[in-house]
Design a protein around this ligand. Structure first.
Ligand code: SF4
Length: 461
């Protein structure tokens, strides 16, 4: 009798993954993880359990640079084999060399952002892929780092503007819009994979297609222009059969954005616009070299609200930009009050290495920048609280993000007015009806009974 030969399946190589940075970096991470999984790599939750580690970095502000460099150091100490990707990977050190390589010379490879193929090449070189890729194990929607019910959809990369406080174009290059057919295909797979909220992201969503001269693309055999209006309309139509939400981020107040408001009024996409105004005073906007800085933003918002009264506007601002006078700052406070900005974030200006604004005259002392930020937030929070208060008594649709004990103890969700991570929430009380269950990733209706700080409290009905 001959001995039976047992062939053990090859050990599955394991990759650790750390994802830092903004939603755009998150979508890069998702693409890499999807590819790793498609090729049969497993992921490890610990540095020690991984055969190598990929760190997706952020290089936007100095704190993010430090966090990224520290994380790479930790991964090197714990694992030893580290591949770096993301914005920091594209950044030069003072002497002109690569910053990551200068600080951590032992990393295996360094790439910039949106470099799935280069990252995969580095993985293949240092951790050869298994023989039988289990392609079929990958869900059509890919691997999501966000909870299963919402997902970010990146429609373009890079930016044609040159805002003086920003170094993103020097790291990510000029605008490159993804083909509209690819974007819509990805959106359809996400909805079919159970995504109930699609968050459209880019550096400048309103500029979608400018680089392609609004080229005619194709989706499902029908022509669709590579342009914001057509994209938003098509996304809304894809979302509708699933009852899903489409939310637009990073939209600049160009006149053509007005065309999207009727789609919001019809309920095809959420009446929510994330518009990073950064300031209101025309002179400050000019010094910032902001896109659409010549537009009359207050009038534009008022016209938007007239076209779609439900509209929620979220924005970010910078207080204490170089040369900002007290009168210019007051203009900003008046703008937030008059425009009734629903949700506002504010940074005290901080110089970013390599940004043109560092050369502008009139740098304000840090104490003044911080003090203006605090004054700004006080006004913005008053406006926001008043706007939230108006919701009390209304019944709203809420997407449930968490619901312990089958929702019998209540849960936490969001209405159309709240984007995940950046806005408030709706705290859901335990349902009165014993038969009512709250399920994560599903919608419920809730009667708003109170407003608390940035959040609402709702009774599921
Ligand atoms: S629009 Fe301005 S702030 Fe935004 S990425 Fe482009 S240059 Fe940077």
């Amino acid at each position: 009798m001959s001995d039976a030969i047992t062939v053990s399946p090859p050990a599955t190589p394991k990759v650790g993954f750390v994802s830092l940075g903004c939603p755009k970096a998150l979508t890069d991470s998702e693409l890499i993880l999807t590819q790793l999984s498609a090729e049969g790599y497993a992921t490890s939750k610990t540095y020690e359990g991984a055969d190598l580690v990929i760190v997706n970095t952020c290089g936007f502000i100095d704190d993010a640079v430090k966090e990224s460099l520290d994380t790479i150091g930790e991964a090197l100490a714990a694992n030893g084999k580290v591949i770096v990707t993301g914005c920091l990977g594209a950044r030069a050190a003072e002497g002109g060399g690569n910053m990551v390589r200068e600080v951590h010379p032992s990393v295996l490879a360094v790439t910039g952002p949106h470099a799935t193929q280069e990252v995969m090449d580095a993985v293949h070189a240092h951790l050869p892929k298994p023989h039988d890729p289990f392609v079929d194990l990958v869900p059509a929607a890919g691997i999501k780092l966000t909870p299963k019910h919402y997902a970010y959809l990146k429609i373009s990369e890079g930016c044609n503007h040159r805002c003086t406080f920003c170094i993103i174009p020097s790291m990510r290059g000029d605008l490159v819009s993804r083909p509209v057919g690819d974007v819509l295909k990805e959106a359809r797979a996400l909805f079919e994979g159970g995504v109930k909220e699609l968050l459209v992201v880019s550096q400048d969503t309103s500029a979608y297609g400018v680089d392609t001269k609004y080229r005619m693309g194709f989706f499902d055999g029908r022509p669709v222009k590579t342009r914001m209006l057509e994209l938003v309309q098509a996304l809304g139509e894809l979302a509708a059969p699933h009852g899903a939400w489409v939310r637009l981020h990073y939209v600049y107040p160009y006149p053509h954005v007005d065309e999207v408001l009727p789609l919001m009024a019809q309920g095809l996409v959420l009446p929510y616009l994330d518009v990073p105004f950064q300031h209101s005073h025309p002179d400050v906007l000019r010094r910032m070299k902001r896109p659409a800085s010549g537009e009359r933003n207050l009038e534009r918002i008022q016209a938007w609200r007239a076209a779609c009264p439900e509209l929620v506007v979220r924005s970010t601002f910078i207080a204490g930009f170089p040369g900002e006078t007290e009168a210019e700052f007051q203009h900003l406070l008046d703008f937030v009050r008059e425009a009734q900005i629903d949700r506002a974030g504010c940074f005290a200006y901080s110089p970013v290495e390599g940004a043109a604004a560092n050369e502008l005259p009139g740098m304000l002392p840090q104490a003044v920048r911080e003090e203006r930020r605090a004054r700004f937030m006080e006004v913005a929070e008053q406006v926001s609280a008043q706007r939230l208060q108006r919701r009390v008594g209304a019944t709203m649709q809420v997407l449930v993000d968490s619901a312990p004990a089958l929702g019998r103890k209540g849960g936490v969700g969001r209405s159309y007015a709240d984007a995940p991570e950046i806005d408030g929430t709706v705290r859901l009380l335990p349902p009165e009806k014993i038969s009512k269950q709250l399920k994560v990733g599903e919608f419920t209706r809730a009667r708003i009974v109170a407003a608390e700080g940035h959040d609402l409290v709702g009774m599921p009905v």
